[in-house]
Ligand binder design. Structure first.
Ligand SMILES: Cc1cc2nc3c(=O)[nH]c(=O)nc-3n(C[C@H](O)[C@H](O)[C@H](O)COP(=O)(O)O)c2cc1C
Length: 186
């Protein structure tokens, strides 16, 4: 139940390029996502292309190893201690946005830790937004991740959120999900 064997893993997305951060004064939607090995990032870029939303990547102080077992060991230890990673990003003012597309990989059948950290740190600033959760996973589905997003937001004092259905994509199939993405965006 840990996604071992999924071919998408094995490379931190920011090893070879700067974190993604494309912001305008005019967009009414923003995509905020974390991706360790690129699948959620690819899905985020598809959503960006289809919506013209702004886009912001969540990054952590200490990136996860590209080595999958090492990442798993770190993630397991973090989860046991509920010790979520420190972020190294700045959140822009979100006033202009009505919709936040919130993207993450599923880890251990729940929300991956950088998104935990993001919601714990900035959740309150998502008040009044429509939240559109999207995720990539290794074949075991969304787990309780959306529930955890909802709980984290309300614990951080976010109010007046509405939620769309979640877009759940197998990380190895992101290249083949354009129709699913289009249908979800409708
Ligand atoms: C620490 C860790 C735990 C994972 N746990 C699960 C899981 O419980 N269920 C699942 O389907 N996939 C699991 N996966 C696989 C990832 O969800 C999947 O490969 C995802 O597409 C990775 O997204 P990314 O490339 O954006 O990081 C796990 C991956 C990692 C690194």
């Amino acid at each position: 139940m840990n996604g071992a064997g999924t071919t998408s893993d094995g490379m931190d997305t920011n090893k070879n390029h700067q974190p993604i951060r494309r912001l305008t004064n005019s967009a009414e939607s923003i995509i905020i996502y974390f991706s360790r090995s690129g699948s959620t990032e690819l899905l985020a870029s598809k959503i960006e292309n289809k919506t013209n939303a702004d886009i912001l990547e969540i990054t952590v102080q200490e990136p996860y190893p590209s080595n999958y077992p090492k990442t798993l060991a770190r993630a397991n230890a973090e989860r046991e201690r509920q010790d979520y990673p420190e972020l190294n990003m700045a959140l822009p003012n979100l006033d202009q946005y009505k919709t936040v597309y919130l993207g993450y990989p599923v880890w251990a059948m729940t929300l991956s830790h950088p998104m935990h950290s993001f919601l714990n740190t900035y959740g309150r600033q998502l008040s009044d937004k429509m939240i559109a959760p999207f995720m990539s996973e290794g074949g075991y589905g969304q787990g309780d991740s959306v529930q955890v997003v909802k709980e984290s937001l309300s614990q951080r004092g976010a109010v007046n959120n509405r939620f769309t259905s979640a877009l759940v994509v197998d990380g190895n199939q992101v290249d083949h999900v354009d129709k699913q993405v289009n249908d979800w965006l409708r």
